[in-house]
Structures are given as structure tokens and as C-alpha cells.
Design a protein. Structure first.
Length: 374
């Protein structure tokens, strides 16, 4: 159904774009294989409130992998993923006030919302019923949105993040999703209180930046991982205080009742009841990972310990800016492996196997070239 609608829309957009639309190229998934290949499309001309920018770097989030394969339920193909995008402003609309040409800029998971509902009024755009995601949505122009695995972006300035001078573009890019998706719940659920003890489950893109934010807030941090080989790095490099191998029942048993809160970033189905066991009375398990199979929860242990389970999307725009400014102040960046655009399929394969320390970032500015036919 989506495909037919999309074909119609594509035709309309091509007609609508006319002379005003701007030719753009990127890498798109075409079907549920998730394999990406070069793709040319049209982005809207710069509107009065728009900021247009040349993309320099884009992180590869695990969500990009799920979206490319249609695991998130709404495949719209071709689909250009990428929602950890940084670049340099090349054009601004007449009414833009916060950016000028040449500024560094970032875009995360959202590029639109209604701007008037209760959620929007409270700077919670991700929870707006009409929010427009950076990819996997239909934009205001009726065309599917496309993300940052592309040479340029255009967004309303409200959805653009000002980039601090001292924050590296490559290591900073993943903060726009990975950073925002752990910072926001840690703030909202009060998991940022100095002196408290936080567990971080899954040491991947989201998990490793959660450790960095938690340490900047003065928390004690225990990493809970399936990969014993990550212990040395978690402690000595990322600054975690303790490390538990989640598949080792003895280690898990010994840590019973030690944590005030847990942020769970695991991308696949996994048992959560042992995690509740690690929480103190009143402890909170906040799951931000998005496994494609339902998790199993037995409520009795929650009742007995008055424990709660929560979740969260990425931060709203105001909070994303606060997070980026906080990261710049505390020298927090993601640990990244910078790759050329034509390595993206290999990177997806490696990401699926957990073979990355800890985020792939595509060097779009230097390596994304249009396909010979375009
Ligand atoms: P990632 O880099 O692949 O990290 C996920 C980590 O989960 C892995 O490093 C691994 O850590 C652990 N893991 C993977 N498979 C596992 C399994 N079968 N059992 C137990 N642990 C497993 O992914 P990411 O980019 O951080 O994203 C993590 C999840 O968050 C994804 O589901 C993504 O879609 C979701 N996400 C949600 C939001 C949001 O707004 N809520 C935003 C962005 C992403 P160990 O080796 O340490 O066990
Ligand atoms: Zn993401
Ligand atoms: Zn709204």
C-alpha cells in the first residue's frame, strides 16, 4: 500500500519540484534486504524558515539498520537512512534568525511537528502526534523524508541544532540520536543525580555515551553486557566503575539490589527480569532499545519492590540543544570509526554483529559521490 502511495507521491513531487526542487543524492535501501545503493532524489527549495546545509558527517544508528530492513513496520522504499547529521549551512530562508551561511549545524531524529499541540508547546516534539521523522515519515511537501546518508539536507530552522565551536563534527554527530536518546530519559526519570548508582545495559552506540553522560554527572556506573571482552575498555577507557556479564548468573546474583536505575539500550530480545533484580526498592528500569520482539515482564517482582519500567524517545529540540551544549562543555563525544560512503553496507553487517567501537560515522563530505549515471 505504501509503495503505491509512494509512487504516486514521487510523481507529484517530481512535478511539484519542477525548477525549484534541488537534486540530491545519497544511499538508499530499496527493499527489505536493507542493502543500500546510490540514489538520486529531490529535496524542496529553501523556504522562508529553512536552513539548507551540506552534510559532512552522518552516524549509523542501529535504528537505521532496522528501518532499512523494514523491521520498524513502515517501510517506504527507497529509504535514505541517517538521523545523526552534521554539516555546514549553505543557504538560509529570508525569515531565518538563528543561522547564517557557513555555520555548523546538526539535525537529529525529527524534522517537523505541528508546533501547536500540548507536546509541541512543552518542547516535546518527538511526542507530537504529527511529528515528522528525519526519515520514514511523509514530509510537509507530501514526499517521503530522507535522512543524512545524502549530500545535503533542508530543514525548518526550529529543527536545526547550533553546533558548538569546540565539538568535533565526526565524534559529535552520534550525539544527535544516541546522545539525545539516553540524555533525555536520564533527565526525565531522575537518573542523573550525583552519587546515585546507574546500570547501563548494552555497550553499543547508545550505551557508551550513556556511560559518559553518567560519569559527567558524578554517578557510579555499572555496565551490564553480554560481551565479557568489553570489560577492560568499559572500566579503563569509558570510566565505568563496575562491569557485569549479564549471562553470568553468579555475577548478577552478587549485584542484587545495588542499582538506583538502569538504562537498557539492547537492540534485541533479552531477559529483563534479571535486570529488575539488580534494582533497589523504587528502582527504575528505563528501556530505550527497540527489540523487534516483545519483552517479557513478570509484574510480581515489580510490585514487591515498587519498581517501575519506563521508556523514552529521543529528546525534543530544546533539550537536544542543551545536551549538545553539555557535551561540548564536558568534552563528551562518541567513540567513532569514520568510514567512506561506499563502506556503508559492510558497516551495517558489522553493526549487526556488534563489531564496532562504538559508532560508525560516514564521512559524507569527502566520500559521497554521485553515481556515474546521475
Ligand atoms: P548498537 O550500537 O548495536 O548497541 C546495542 C548493544 O546491545 C550491543 O552493543 C550489545 O551490547 C547489546 N546487544 C545486542 N544484541 C544483544 C542480544 N541479543 N542480547 C543482549 N544484548 C545485545 O545499537 P544502538 O545504536 O546503541 O541502538 C540500541 C537500540 O536502541 C536499538 O534497538 C535502536 O533501534 C534503539 N534506539 C532507540 C532510540 C529511542 O529513541 N528510544 C533511539 C536510538 C536507538 P553488549 O555487547 O554490551 O551486550
Ligand atoms: Zn538513532
Ligand atoms: Zn505538535
Amino acid at each position: 500500500m505504501y509503495t503505491i502511495e509512494y509512487k504516486e507521491k514521487k510523481k507529484e513531487v517530481a512535478e511539484m519540484a519542477g525548477e525549484d526542487g534541488v537534486k540530491t543524492f545519497g544511499w538508499a535501501a530499496r527493499d527489505t534486504s536493507g542493502i543500500l545503493s546510490p540514489f538520486e532524489f529531490t529535496r524542496r527549495a529553501t523556504g522562508a524558515k529553512d536552513v539548507r546545509f551540506k552534510v559532512l558527517f552522518c552516524g549509523i544508528c542501529h535504528t537505521d539498520l532496522g528501518a532499512a530492513r523494514g523491521d520498524l513496520g513502515l517501510p517506504i522504499y527507497p529509504l535514505v537512512p541517517g538521523h545523526e547529521i552534521v554539516g555546514i549551512v549553505t543557504e538560509i530562508g529570508k525569515q531565518v534568525t538563528r543561522f547564517k551561511v557557513g555555520d555548523k549545524v546538526g539535525v537529529g531524529c525529527f524534522v517537523g511537528s505541528c508546533r501547536s499541540c500540548e507536546q509541541c508547546s512543552n518542547d516535546l516534539e518527538p511526542y507530537c502526534p504529527k511529528n515528522i521523522m528525519t526519515y520514514l515519515s511523509i514530509g510537509e511537501d507530501g514526499a517521503p523524508t530522507h535522512g543524512g546518508y545524502s549530500n545535503e539536507m533542508v530543514v525548518d530552522e526550529h529543527f536545526a541544532i547550533r553546533w558548538p565551536e569546540n565539538l568535533p563534527l565526526d565524534g559529535g554527530a552520534p550525539l544527535l540520536c544516541a546522545g539525545s536518546s539516553v540524555y533525555s530519559p536520564m533527565m526525565y526519570y531522575g537518573l542523573n543525580k550525583p552519587g546515585s548508582h546507574l546500570g547501563v545495559v548494552g555497550l553499543g552506540g547508545l550505551g557508551h555515551v550513556a556511560v559518559k553522560f553518567a560519569k559527567a554527572w558524578g554517578l557510579t556506573v555499572t555496565v551490564i553486557s553480554t560481551s565479557a571482552r568489553k570489560e577492560e575498555e568499559a572500566i579503563n577507557h569509558l570510566g565505568a566503575d563496575k562491569f557485569l556479564v549479564s549471562t553470568d548468573p553468579q555475577q548478577m546474583q552478587e549485584a542484587t539490589g545495588t542499582l538506583d536505575g538502569i538504562i537498557d539500550t539492547v537492540s534485541a530480545f533479552h531477559p529483563v527480569m534479571p535486570l529488575f533484580g539488580l534494582l533497589k526498592t523504587h528502582g527504575k528500569l528505563v528501556v530505550v532499545g527497540a527489540p523487534n520482539k516483545p519483552l517479557e515482564v513478570d509484574i510480581l517482582p515489580l510490585i514487591i519492590g515498587r519498581k517501575m519500567m519506563g521508556s523514552s524517545a529521543a529528546a525534543g529540540i530544546k533539550e537536544t540543544q542543551e545536551m549538545i551544549d553539555f557535551a561540548a562543555k564536558h568534552n563528551i563525544t562518541a567513540d567513532v570509526e569514520v568510514i567512506p560512503a561506499n563502506y556503508v553496507n559492510k558497516a551495517m553487517e558489522r553493526l549487526e554483529k556488534g563489531d564496532v567501537r562504538y559508532r560508525f560515522v560516514i564521512d559524507i563530505g569527502n566520500t559521497l559521490v554521485a553515481a556515474p549515471s546521475t
